[in-house]
Structure formats: structure tokens, C-alpha cells
Ligand binder design. Structure first.
Ligand SMILES: Nc1ncnc2c1ncn2[C@@H]1O[C@H](COP(=O)(O)OP(=O)(O)OP(=O)(O)O)[C@@H](O)[C@H]1O
Ligand SMILES: [Mg+2]
Length: 211
């Protein structure tokens, strides 16, 4: 059985592609066969990253392919242990369809209230559409201080949702890594790699617990 994890959001630039790639990298390093389905065909962020990764000869290689819909991606997924959907922003209808198919829906968010409020609404809509809350989790990204991370975590938990342990600080080195076809767990700085990996491992643990 293929496990399907989807990264979704209403707001753009919150880290869907960043976390998709980090999860793929860590799952591949743990010996799983993994594929990223890049559903953002207009931007093709993960597809372009894959090209840079191949050019740079970065191991392990990770398979990335563009698809128009979750259904099309799933139709090809049986050869993989883990299918990761990197969804486009601002696609309510598409997000619902993806969520119906996914074992786990991860929504990255910035820690500012401007970002948290619409992020919570996205999950409320999915719950209204019948998606169990247990399949919805937040991931906090773009963090500048631990205080704002703590406040964001409380806000999301008060709204009734699970928040992955750990968070991703805002760092130029994470951008640099991705510019070079690497994941945020593959920067030149072991402490940053560990930080990113903590959040990714809490995601992997969650899937193991549910599956
Ligand atoms: N923690 C971070 N620190 C620094 N830069 C980050 C961090 N997370 C993401 N970025 C950068 O922010 C930008 C947006 O991230 P990403 O592409 O992962 O978001 P997205 O949700 O997939 O965006 P879109 O909605 O456009 O698909 C990228 O340039 C990425 O490198
Ligand atoms: Mg993206």
C-alpha cells in the first residue's frame, strides 16, 4: 500500500515545496521508495529542483514528476511506498479532492496571525467536507523567534488541530541548499539539518503511528 502525504495551503510561499522535498529526502534515506507529485504545474518548483539535484549529482536521487490532479498521480503510485503531493496554493476545490485521497494532509504556515487565521479556515473547510481532524496537521515554518513559534503553536492547538513537533527557522542557508538541489536537511550546517530533520521525523512518526 502506498502512503499518500499531501502538502497544501491557501497562502503561497509557506513551505509546501520545501517540506515536500525534505520529507522525500529523509524517507528515501530511510530506504523507502518515494515520489514527489508536483501538482503546481504552473510553477513546477519541485520539478525544477529535481533538475538541479540531478545536475549537481546529489544523492540519493529522488523521483519527481508533474501531474495535473491527485487522481493522475495516484494512478501511477503503486510502485512507491510513499507518494508526496506538492500542491498549488489557492486551490480550495483541488485541496479538498487531494485531502480526500491523502493519509495525512500537512499545512505549513508562517507564525504571524495574518497567516494563522486563513490557515485554520482551510482546515475548518476540510473538516466540514468530512475529512477527519486526525488526518490534518500543521507545520510551523519561517520562524524568527521561539516566542512567536510558541504563540503560533498555542493558537493552532486552541483551534483544535495537531501541530508537528519542531519547527523550521527562517534561514538563508535553507534557501541556498534548495538553490543547489538539496533539501533543508542537507545544508552545510549540521545544526540546521538537525533542526529541519526534527520536524520531518515527527511527520514520519505520525504516519507510522496511523498506518
Ligand atoms: N525556513 C525557511 N527559511 C528560508 N527560506 C525558506 C524557508 N522555507 C521556505 N523558504 C523559501 O521560501 C520560498 C517559498 O517556499 P516554498 O516554495 O517551499 O513555498 P510553497 O508553499 O511551495 O510556495 P507556493 O505556494 O508558491 O507553491 C522559497 O524560496 C523557499 O526557498
Ligand atoms: Mg510550491
Amino acid at each position: 500500500m502506498t502512503t499518500l502525504i499531501a502538502f497544501v495551503s491557501q497562502k503561497g510561499g509557506v513551505g509546501k515545496s520545501t517540506l515536500s522535498r525534505a520529507l522525500a529526502r529523509e524517507a528515501a534515506a530511510n530506504g523507502l521508495s518515494v515520489k514527489i507529485a508536483d501538482l503546481d504545474t504552473q510553477q513546477g518548483t519541485s520539478v525544477e529542483w529535481h533538475r538541479r539535484r540531478l545536475d549537481g549529482g546529489v544523492e540519493p536521487t529522488i523521483s519527481v514528476e508533474a501531474y495535473r490532479t491527485a487522481e493522475q498521480a495516484l494512478a501511477q503510485a503503486d510502485r512507491y511506498d510513499l507518494l508526496i503531493i506538492d500542491a498549488p496554493a489557492r486551490a480550495s476545490e483541488g485541496t479538498r479532492r487531494i485531502a480526500e485521497k491523502a493519509d495525512l494532509v500537512v499545512q505549513p504556515t508562517n507564525p504571524a496571525l495574518d497567516d494563522l487565521q486563513p490557515a485554520v479556515l482551510v482546515f475548518h473547510e476540510l473538516v466540514k467536507a468530512g475529512i477527519p481532524k486526525s488526518r490534518l496537521v500543521f507545520a510551523i515554518n519561517h520562524v524568527l523567534t521561539e516566542a512567536e513559534e510558541g504563540a503560533a503553536r498555542l493558537y493552532l492547538q486552541d483551534a483544535g488541530y495537531t501541530v508537528l513537533d519542531g519547527y523550521i527557522p527562517s534561514k538563508t542557508s535553507y534557501r541556498d541548499a534548495q538553490n543547489n538541489g538539496r533539501a533543508i536537511t542537507e545544508t552545510r550546517y549540521p545544526a540546521l539539518n538537525t533542526k529541519a530533520d526534527q520536524l520531518i521525523q515527527s511527520l514520519i512518526n505520525r504516519v507510522d503511528a496511523d498506518g
